[in-house]
Write a protein that binds this ligand. Sequence first.
Ligand SMILES: [Zn+2]
Length: 294
Amino acid sequence: MVTISQSPDLESVNCPVCGPEPYTVWMKDGKPTRYVRCRLCGTIYASPRASWASRYAWLDQTFSFGENALENANARQSALAREATLIQHHISGGRMLDIGCDLGDMFHWFPDPGWTRHGVEISPSAAKYAAQTHSAQVYSGTIREAGFPDTLFDLVTMLDMLYYVDDPSMTIKEVARILKPGGICAVEISGQSYQLMRSRGLLCWLIEQRWTRLHTDSSYLFWFTPTSLQRLLEDSGLRIIEEHVIDSPTSSVPWRDQLAGSYSALIRRTSRLSRYWLTWTPKYMLLAERVEKI
Ligand SMILES: [Zn+2]
């Protein structure tokens, strides 16, 4: 993805999958920023988008160590446990890296002996907590800044974070570079159709009593379709081997958890018939293998 213009306040970018292809405007909200949809692959992305400084301030505040971060991590425990189990059907030990590791909760499922744990985390306070709590080496910054050697890792995970990175294409290429041939990459994201239905319109109003929770100048930069995410991985030498529907974070409202569980079970069945249905799931995880030569 190439940044085609930049100012102190705004960045204009191309589709992260296709490059400078035509797009349609998907959402405007009265600001200089907007969301557009690539007409070739269907990826929705922010362009022009808020500056790095503005986005970083939000990311640092949102993912810093504190009460909210602990609550969010707690709500994700069952999803992380399932993801770790699915990953370990393919790989039972080695050197793992969790990009966007938050407070390091994924490390809990990759213990000594057998696993060496590394993380990358944008928030310095979260990175410090993750390193101390889980005996992990955690770099505070971006994956590009971390500068790991080639083919260092057996496993790289990117869970619920690909919406925030500056350049997903560069990030995935970097992951392929630092993975061993045959190494495993796990990517968890929200289904595009589900996330957009949930974030704007009637469903958003019913749950949150507001018509939209999206802001075009926010840190949410990308929503991939199952097919555009597959292309992003394959273009970097990562071959998809499995796809799994993942449960939503748990809440303190039992009926909401039951409804979410039933919905996930339904989508889990339909996605076995066609991977198209992954776009309607709150979260899904792709497992990909690095090909021998990229
Ligand atoms: Zn595209």
